[in-house]
Design a protein around this ligand. Structure first.
Ligand SMILES: [Zn+2]
Length: 113
């Protein structure tokens, strides 16, 4: 198999990707691009881990208020509900002070359900 057939190797996760599921300029698959790109205009940022065939991966949830964030988290947890999604990190002010509020948010999610 030539390297062309395998696509390119992501510099972040080292899985291979091609132009359909990655960015050749960034040399990363879209999943890693998603992971490192924290939108600057959100005050809350969460990372959710879920299982894949190869191991696990992460997706993001964001919000400007805690309620917005919780809604977004709910949506993601639902989206990946068959893949054992788990909240792995929640940050307030992700591009500034980066206050870890993971435990608070986990508590709130439990209260809601
Ligand atoms: Zn990757």
């Amino acid at each position: 198999m030539s390297s062309y057939d395998q696509g390119y190797t992501c510099i972040e996760c080292e899985h291979s990707y091609d132009d359909r599921d990655g960015d050749l300029d960034e040399r990363m698959c879209f999943e890693c691009l998603d992971k490192i790109k924290v939108p600057f205009n959100f005050r809350y940022h969460a990372e959710i881990q879920y299982e894949t065939e190869l191991g696990f991966n992460f997706c993001n949830a964001n919000g400007n208020t805690l309620d917005e964030l919780l809604c977004d988290i709910d949506e993601r947890l639902d989206q990946y509900k068959d893949r054992l999604p788990e909240l792995s990190l929640v940050l307030k002010d992700p591009n500034g002070e980066q206050i870890d509020i993971t435990n608070d948010v986990l508590k709130r999610l439990k209260e809601k359900s």
